[in-house]
Structure formats: C-alpha cells, structure tokens
Design a protein around this ligand. Structure first.
Ligand code: ATR
Length: 274
C-alpha cells in the first residue's frame, strides 16, 4: 500500500491561505500520494498541536503567523539561514524530531531572478522598506545573492539597526523620513512593510527620485498590483509582484517533504490568483 505523505500548514488564522492549493496542485502533478491541510492552532496550543502532528505521522508542515518565531524553540535542529533570519517557516519531521528551515529567502530571490534577472540589482544599493520578519528574509537573501549595499528604511529606526546586524559591512539603517533620498541611486526597491496590503494604509512613498532602470518589488500580494507596483509601472520601472515569493518558497518546502523540486507553472499561477 502506498504511504500517504501527510503535510500541513499551521498558523492562526489559516483559512485564507493559498498554500493548500499550491501543494495539492503539485502532489497531483507529480503523482504523489499525500495530503496538505491548513490547521488552525492558537498560540497557547502550539506545543500540543505539534505533538499531535508528530503522533499522527506527519512528514512535515509549514508555519505561518504568529508561530514563525515560537516554533523555532520547539525545533531540535534549525538550519543556519533560519537562525540568521530568526524564523522557521518549514519543518521536516523525522523520527519525532523537528528540523526547522526558512524557505522565504529562497522564495524572494528566486522570484526576482525569474522575473527581473539577477545581475540587474547588483548595480547599486538595494533599498528595503520595513524591518519585520519579512524584511529579515529579504535582506538575508539579497546578501547571499551578492548585493553590495543594502539600505534598510524603517519607521522605527531601532528595528532597522537590529536587522543590519546581520551584516554591518553591507547593510545600513536609514530613518523613514530619509526614504526618498536613498531612492536616488537604488537598483532595487522592495516593500516589506504591511502598508499597501488590503485593509491597511497605503504605502507613503513618492518614486520621483528612483532611477528608471530600478526594479520595484512588493512582498505583499493581496492585492497583487499594490499601489507601489502600479506607480512603478506607470513610470516604466520593471516590477515584480509578491505572489512569486509565495510560490517559490513553497517549492523548497515541497522538495524537503517529497524529494521533488516542483515547477511554478502557469496553471499554478492561475489557480492561486483565481
Ligand atoms: P512581518 O514580520 O510580517 O514583516 P511586522 O513585524 O509587523 O510584520 O512588520 C511590519 C513592518 O511594516 C514593520 O517594519 C513596520 O514598521 P515598524 O517597525 O515601525 O512598526 C512596518 N509598517 C507597518 N505600518 C507602517 C506604516 N503605516 N508606515 C510605515 N511602516 C509601517
């Protein structure tokens, strides 16, 4: 009898997540007998919830808000990238032990590579707006990809300073009021703040000083075309939407559980955006 590879997403809430659609699409495409469910676990039940997954024989699970940091402490082993980023979004379960990974950095850089090309953002500084968990994965990915200078602009400067400790040689914190000045030489601008997300305030930025050849990306993907990306497109900057980061981070998780690195195909984009 074929063994069913059980996987899941844990978070709170999880009902809006696209991850089940993504993983089920790939399991079908690659003929893998498995399951992927979204399981809502409240923060106070995290440890007990994870124990239930171990007992039920799960191969692994994804982790989303608000558990990405808390799961870290429950892992028996955590890969280096996840340690530096400070968050685990993918767990592999082996013999009752939790192995923690972070696939967001891979997802971010792969999305940029496939949609804008990699060398293009090496010409000048990369400007990252925001200093939360998303930003940590983005700056780590940029540094790994060889970015020469990364400018982290955040409303709360102390958080930008903290992120730049990842690599003070190439990362520089900048206060929010100076966000327009740093655009002048930027080769890449990435929004990792929650501004621009459906239901949140608009991102308060004017792109007038941004060079026309700079790439603009948003890790927000609801809406897909954020106001930032629309404004960038209107002035002919190359844009990269946030949906690709979600799809590419999922590839690496899928590979860890099933041993196949799946493709991001047009069917999948249609399913996820539909
Ligand atoms: P995540 O871990 O998902 O990235 P987070 O830790 O809540 O989420 O971070 C959200 C980011 O959006 C932070 O950088 C936050 O700035 P602060 O560190 O000053 O809180 C930023 N952010 C949220 N609302 C913002 C706004 N209206 N203007 C500018 N930045 C904003």
């Amino acid at each position: 009898m074929t063994r069913l590879v059980k996987t899941a997403l844990i978070g709170h809430p999880v009902s809006q997540s696209k991850s089940p659609l993504i993983h089920r699409h790939w399991m079908k495409k690659y003929g893998i007998a498995g399951s992927y469910e979204a399981i809502d676990i409240a923060p106070e039940n995290l440890q007990a919830g994870v124990q239930q997954l171990i007992e039920a024989g799960y191969a692994g699970f994804n982790v989303t808000v608000p558990h990405k940091q808390a799961i870290f402490d429950l892992c028996d082993e955590v890969e280096n990238a996840a340690k530096i980023i400070g968050a685990v979004n993918t767990v592999v379960l082996k013999n009752g032990r939790l192995h923690g990974y972070n696939t967001d950095a891979y997802g971010f850089i792969q999305n940029i590579k496939e949609n804008a090309g990699l060398p293009e953002f090496m010409r000048g500084p990369c400007v990252v707006l925001g200093a939360g968990g998303g930003a940590r994965a983005v700056v780590y990915a940029l540094a790994q990809a060889g970015a020469q200078e990364i400018i982290v602009v955040n409303r709360t400067l102390a958080r930008a300073q903290q992120i730049c400790e990842i690599d003070n040689q190439i990362m520089r914190p900048v206060e929010w009021d100076a966000r327009h000045d740093v655009l002048m030489t930027a080769s890449l601008l990435v929004n990792t703040t929650s501004s621009g997300m459906a239901g949140k305030d608009a991102l308060d930025i004017d792109l007038a000083l941004l060079p026309p050849e700079a790439i603009v990306s948003d890790i927000v993907y609801v809406p897909l075309m954020t106001d930032l990306l629309s404004a960038a497109k209107d002035r002919s900057n190359k844009t990269v939407t946030g949906i690709g980061m979600l799809l590419h981070q999922a590839r690496l998780a899928f590979e860890k559980w099933h041993g196949v690195l799946p493709d991001v195909d047009q069917d999948l984009e249609r399913i996820v955006l539909g």
